[in-house]
Design a protein around this ligand. Structure first.
Ligand SMILES: Cc1cc2nc3c(=O)[nH]c(=O)nc-3n(C[C@H](O)[C@H](O)[C@H](O)COP(=O)(O)O)c2cc1C
Length: 182
């Protein structure tokens, strides 16, 4: 697929076909390609955690318990069932740094890697969603995915699978976001 078409085609997918998982080999190749993102000083600041059922269930349970207090039991159960039906789970982290500039640039590089990953998946007909919901900032989540918060920052969950529905969205035309200078 032409790169312009691919970038425009990728959508954040909220609903996946349940019981139709993506092969781990596909996601592993996509991760390898994602790592060809630009990164200043070749720091390669990203790490990917591929979750399997046991961890996924624990994360869904944690999210349910967090939601019970904020949104009530019914909403929490609904979200639990929805999350449990998502076929693919990746957690992406960025290596932390005390050097603010380095950390800003490393975070930017990780964002590029996630976009790469989502585009590679999209090209293969696999949908994805980058999520930064409250659970991703909870220290219990760090424990569940074995991430040391002193060393790495979780920058998102990337869900993936075959889309049950592809949403529509819009973008501003280029003339609204482009200023041409002499
Ligand atoms: C850093 C980042 C965090 C995001 N977190 C969430 C999220 O927590 N929940 C959500 O529904 N979408 C999340 N999204 C997806 C955006 O909502 C989505 O990209 C936006 O609506 C545009 O839609 P598109 O990806 O289909 O172009 C996130 C996207 C980015 C880049």
């Amino acid at each position: 697929m032409d790169i312009n078409q691919l970038i425009r085609k990728r959508r954040t997918i909220h609903d996946y076909i349940a019981g139709k998982p993506v092969d781990d080999s596909v996601i592993k190749t996509a991760i390898e390609t994602a790592c060809w993102a630009p990164n200043h000083h070749l720091t390669e600041p990203w790490h990917f955690y591929l979750l399997q059922q046991e961890t996924i269930k624990s994360v869904c349970e944690l999210n349910r318990s967090m939601l019970i207090s904020s949104k009530g039991e019914e909403a929490a159960e609904k979200k639990y069932a929805r999350w449990m039906s998502i076929p693919g789970w990746l957690v992406v982290t960025c290596i932390k740094s005390d050097d603010e500039l380095k950390y800003t640039e490393d975070y930017a590089a990780c964002c590029c890697a996630i976009q790469n990953l989502m585009l590679v998946l999209c090209e293969q007909g696999i949908g994805s969603k980058w999520s930064t919901g409250p659970v991703t900032r909870d220290e219990r989540f760090y424990d569940l995915v074995w991430v040391d918060p002193e060393a790495e920052k979780i920058i998102g969950i990337v869900w993936y699978g075959y889309a049950a529905e592809v949403p529509k969205t819009i973008r501003k035309p280029a003339q609204q976001v482009l200023t041409e200078l002499p």
